[in-house]
Design a protein around this ligand. Structure first.
Ligand code: DGT
Ligand code: MG
Ligand code: MG
Ligand code: MG
Ligand code: MG
Length: 268
């Protein structure tokens, strides 16, 4: 095709190819979800509908986009790890990041009703995205550990805070003052001795967040088979399929990684 005289403008595009051999992590985060959660009456500190919708949207990202081996989410954020050898979109950071955030955002709206029922979505939500490269398996594990530790710290604080307000009758200012300077053990103690709540028994989705991975699962279906000159019979067919599965488990220790050795590639 003949080139127009305008063609030179293409040279203004910058190269944003992600460095080879590195894991590409895209993290997205809900914009102004402090307000969004209030306006949509999210239960405090955790709203199961909202967490379910976040995971459903992340699942759609994994299913629709190539080469994501693990995703981790908590609160209004989700991180997606592309395998280090991916060549999807020639490793262009802006392509990867925008595809993840737009697939996620449209899914969040698309599946809203499945989780929130008749409660209307009041305005279009949006998510920011960023790309971070990690050169080693240790770095990726430490990255996910960092997000999970953040989940734990925030959830313990929020659980103690909203228990003091909802069950203890404190104002939000009083609850904030009460928790100011307290350690994790103090918050556990407040929950246990004053409200008979054992933090360990709280839902693991709240404490650990959500981890999505690809797993082989057996799917059994029944089929009607009709052979010539025979009665119709029902047979069961079992097929192995790769599926995105959801886990609320510890990703900081070794056990999860020992059980799922395919998530990270072996170091060269
Ligand atoms: P940003 O990210 O700078 O645009 O601002 P925010 O407001 O999204 O702040 P961020 O991302 O640091 O904090 C997440 C907010 O979302 C935080 O105010 C609590 C809220 N949120 C997330 N999940 C839940 C939930 O399950 N229940 C409730 N009540 N709030 C939630
Ligand atoms: Mg923020
Ligand atoms: Mg946010
Ligand atoms: Mg956030
Ligand atoms: Mg196009």
């Amino acid at each position: 095709m003949a080139k127009s005289k305008f063609e030179y403008v293409r040279n203004f595009e910058l190269d944003d190819t992600c460095l080879r051999n590195c894991y590409i992590v895209v993290r997205l985060d809900g914009r102004n979800f402090h307000k969004f959660s209030d306006q949509h009456n999210f239960t405090k500190p955790n709203d199961d509908r909202a967490l379910g919708l976040m995971s459903r949207s992340a699942c759609s990202v994994m299913e629709e986009l190539d080469d994501i081996t693990i995703a981790y989410g908590q609160s209004d954020e989700f991180s997606f790890v592309f395998k280090r050898s991916t060549n999807w979109f020639k490793r262009r950071a802006s392509k990867l990041m925008t595809h993840v955030t737009s697939q996620f955002s449209s899914s969040f709206v698309f599946y809203w009703k499945e989780y929130f029922g008749e409660q209307p979505l009041l305005y279009p939500p949006s998510f920011d995205g960023r790309v971070v490269l990690y050169p080693s398996n240790r770095n990726v594990r430490d990255y996910l550990s960092w997000r999970q530790a953040d989940c734990h710290i925030n959830n313990l604080y929020n659980t103690a805070f909203w228990t003091l307000v909802q069950k203890g009758g404190l104002t939000t200012t009083q609850a904030e003052e009460r928790l100011n300077g307290t350690l994790a053990t103090d918050k556990n103690e407040i929950l246990f001795s004053e409200f008979n709540i054992n933090y360990n028994n709280e839902s693991s989705v709240y404490k650990k967040g959500t981890t999505l991975i690809w797993e082989k699962v057996n799917e059994t279906t029944t089929k009607q088979i009709k052979r010539p000159n025979e009665e119709e019979t029902e047979v069961t067919v079992t097929r192995t399929r790769k599926k995105v599965t959801s886990h609320s488990c510890d990703v900081i220790g070794d056990q999860f990684w020992d059980e799922h050795p395919d998530i990270l590639e072996s170091e060269q």
